[in-house]
Design a binder for this molecule. Structure first.
Ligand code: COA
Length: 264
């Protein structure tokens, strides 16, 4: 993997788990243009890797996961078109996280605000440290969430709960975020990375095509009418049925042994 200024990437070859750390701790890992550009390149590398089977995303330091988009850059926006381009750029980078074929575990180690909360929403499973605080405070800056938050948050926790968070701009602690369905698990800060890795290692050991197809079925199907979503599920089930791993998984069950996945 390449060296980045604002990101750290480490790969654990034996498990296939990659750790992507947002590494701008002096600014609470706020997302500026340079960082998002690097993230886009890093996602290319991760997506193309034959080794990486699951990704953990976290923030550097103990204080913040990501404290939002860079407020200096929002302050410098020059009107409507510039603002829309700003949002589209971040949205495009985040959409690529969501579209990765591998499972993405988000380890929320502190503030996940604005773009940080929106980044977390693009992962598949969110684990929060007890010290985490989440929120969408954009209205306090005179803007709205622009990296997908108005849509993904509403789809995840419900339209009116999302309105509550977005209109007030208030932060919620990890336990409240869990009750809202915004995070899937809350763990002590000291255990966060190990818990995220344990989950990611477990997912990395599954049949990769099955995970990828299940992820597509859920992500793409959840925004379709039910009849179309069900039809998509059948198509993707067909793709899974055509894999070598379907033969291996079913044979292993019948032969009472552990499967050995080939990823084909
Ligand atoms: N964009 C740019 N810089 C940010 C930032 C952001 N979203 N969030 C924090 N920073 C910077 C601060 O400006 C400060 O930089 P400095 O040391 O050069 O002054 C540094 O990170 C530390 O932040 P600070 O505010 O001093 O820490 P704190 O512990 O007092 O407060 C927060 C932490 C998260 C409550 C506070 O930083 C905050 O409210 N951040 C903005 C959150 C937000 O509105 N995000 C949505 C943006 S759309």
């Amino acid at each position: 993997m390449k060296e980045y200024t604002n990101l750290l990437i480490e790969v654990e070859p034996e498990s296939g788990v990659a750790l992507l750390t947002i590494n701008r701790a002096d600014k609470l890992n706020a997302l500026n243009y340079a960082l998002l550009t690097e993230m886009s390149e890093a996602l290319d590398e991760i997506g193309a890797s034959a080794v990486v089977r699951a990704l953990v995303v976290t923030g550097a330091g103990s204080k913040a996961f990501v404290a939002g988009a860079d407020i200096g850059e929002i302050a410098a926006l020059e009107g409507e078109e510039d603002g829309a381009d700003f949002a589209r750029f971040g949205q495009a980078v985040f959409a690529r996280i969501e579209a990765l074929e591998i499972p993405v575990v988000i380890a929320i180690n502190g503030y996940a605000l604005g773009g940080g909360c929106e980044l977390a929403l693009c992962g598949d499973i969110r684990i929060a440290s007890e010290t985490a605080q989440l929120g969408q405070p954009e209205v306090n800056l005179g803007v709205i969430p622009g990296y997908g938050g108005t849509q993904r948050l509403a789809r995840l926790i419900g339209r009116d709960r999302a309105k509550g968070l977005i209109f007030t701009g208030e932060r919620v602690g990890a336990e409240d975020a869990y009750r809202l369905g915004l995070v899937d698990r809350v763990v002590p800060a000291a255990d966060l990375l190990e818990e995220a890795f344990a989950l990611a290692r477990n997912l990395a050991a599954k049949a990769p095509r099955a995970i990828a197809l299940a992820k597509r079925a859920i992500n793409e199907g959840s925004v379709l009418p039910l009849n179309q979503a069900i039809a998509l599920e059948a198509d993707l089930f067909g793709e899974a049925a055509a894999t070598q791993d379907r033969r291996e998984g079913t044979n292993a069950f019948i032969e009472k042994r552990q499967p050995k996945w080939s990823g084909t």
